[in-house]
Write a protein that binds this ligand. Structure first.
Ligand code: 8YV
Length: 332
């Protein structure tokens, strides 16, 4: 039987054609973000889907679509999936790790540097015609080289950021994570595990890369921000909700920390209005993985996963990056 699949958001047409060779494919060329009801309707009769972080796959969607076999996220994060609900119904979930690690780490580093060195604030100042003379402290910020890089979460992207800081910028790297890295991995990126209190206290530049979950909700709030140095910066490339954005806006306004760089927001694409009003925060629209090559690699991996999950292509039955592989084992 020829399967039907949904590509929930607009994507690279030549890579979508790889799906068309095997499946009936419904696309969303207008690139609208579906409401949950519309997503459920679009999934009717589909065995598989490629989703992004904007499409929530939960029990309601699954129960309305008992024919669904696989949901393949074009993202490494998968907090838009209720994985337990999928597993209970035998629906395979996949994500796109590895292919975006270096690109995302590049961007995290850029955002940290932009916040520390007041990059966007400086550009706004210049464009507004306010640059009339040199001054000794004109837009002076915080140094990055030689400072303490504090990483919250130490997965693939955390390690790639640590490597940049240690080898490229001579930074002392400390990290906090549920698990410790093996000693040789710590040595390779010059990183030392510390508890969360020490991490916040000693950070010159805090970079947040923990996945979002109920446990990581508001991991950084008013109390945590108050424990940081007034010269510190905070960069969030993980997920909105890990940081309490209202508390962060307050801390930035009161200069309890020096600056922040944010690529992700609570309730995005809406951004907390208090953040929008501040000079000392660099704001970007969730683009840390957005190089053309990496976005192609992410979509290509999602395609590989979907083909394999539905029994097609060279990896038939063996999707490269499953989140709940127990579904595959149970199907064998
Ligand atoms: C995605 C991301 O672009 O991979 C992730 O987890 O946050 C981004 O790279 C975004 O989630 C859209 O799927």
């Amino acid at each position: 039987m020829r399967h039907s699949v949904l590509v929930a958001r607009a994507a690279f047409p030549d890579l979508v054609d790889r799906l068309r060779a095997h499946f009936d494919v419904e696309t969303n060329d207008d690139d609208r973000v579906f409401t949950p009801d519309e997503l459920s309707r679009r999934l009717q009769g589909k065995q598989g889907a490629i989703t992004t972080g904007s499409e929530r796959i939960d029990a309601a969607v699954l129960d309305a679509n008992p024919q669904l076999r696989a949901v393949c996220n074009m993202a490494v994060g998968y907090n838009n999936f209720d994985v337990a609900a999928c597993t209970a119904r035998g629906v395979l979930c996949t994500n796109t790790p590895d292919v975006l690690t270096e690109t995302t780490a590049d961007f995290g580093f850029a955002l940290m540097m932009a916040a520390a060195r007041r990059l966007t604030e400086s550009e706004h100042f210049l464009r507004a015609g306010r640059w009339t003379k040199w001054s000794y402290d004109l837009l002076a910020g915080q140094d990055v080289h030689g400072s303490t890089l504090a990483i919250l979460g130490m997965g693939r992207i955390g390690k790639a950021i640590a490597r940049r800081g240690h080898h490229g910028f001579g930074m002392q790297v400390i990290y906090h994570n549920r698990s410790h890295l093996p000693a040789e991995e710590e040595a390779a990126v010059g990183a030392r595990w510390v508890d969360k209190t020490t991490l916040l206290r000693d950070a010159d530049h805090l970079v947040i890369v923990v996945p979002y979950s109920a446990e990581s909700h508001h991991l950084i709030g008013a109390a945590e921000l108050a424990s940081m140095k007034p010269t510190a910066t905070l960069t969030n490339i993980a997920r909105g909700g890990v940081v309490d954005d209202a508390a962060l806006a307050e801390a930035l306004a009161a200069r309890r920390i020096a600056a922040a760089g944010l690529d992700v927001f609570e309730g995005e694409p809406t951004v907390h209005p208090d953040l929008l009003a501040l000079d000392n925060v660099v704001l970007t629209p969730h683009i840390a993985s957005a190089s053309i090559a990496t976005r192609r690699a992410m979509f290509g991996l999602a395609v590989d996963n979907l083909l394999a999950a539905l029994g097609c292509g060279p990896n038939a039955g063996r999707p490269p990056t499953p989140i709940n592989p127990e579904v595959l084992a149970a199907a064998r």
